[in-house]
Design a protein around this ligand. Sequence first.
Ligand code: DQA
Length: 144
Amino acid sequence: MKLLILNGPNLNLLGLREPAIYGTQDYAALVRFVEDVCRQENIECEIYQSNHEGALVDKIQSAYGVFDGIVINPAAYTHTSVAILDALKAVALPAVEVHLSDVSQREAFRQISYAGMACVKTYMGLGFEGYRQAVQYLKHLLQK
Ligand code: DQA
């Protein structure tokens, strides 16, 4: 089983970026966390981060026929990107949305998730742990 883990803009600045909201651990720590989870779950993974919407769209498109599922934290593009929504719908791979923070308790402009409309499940407000839940959810779904 092979999963693509996608992270959107500014997640590369974890640790530095609004630590009261996103925590003090950096992006390298998130990558290690997800790699450890996938190793424990016996899942192959590729982890990709970009600050560019088109690069994320390209990566989703290239997942078709290569990966079995997608875990995506589209970051700010969650709330703006119809292109990412359309790409997820186009490849039609099972996708799970993750947010480190609990976006449901934040600003009004964060209350819409376009990407989430193409996802089978969303985890938010769990920090890094949300990625573990997402990987495990997809594993169980794909094993059915
Ligand atoms: C985020 C929440 C988004 O609203 C925000 O733009 C981010 C990170 C999260 O992980 O909590 O960049 O996706």
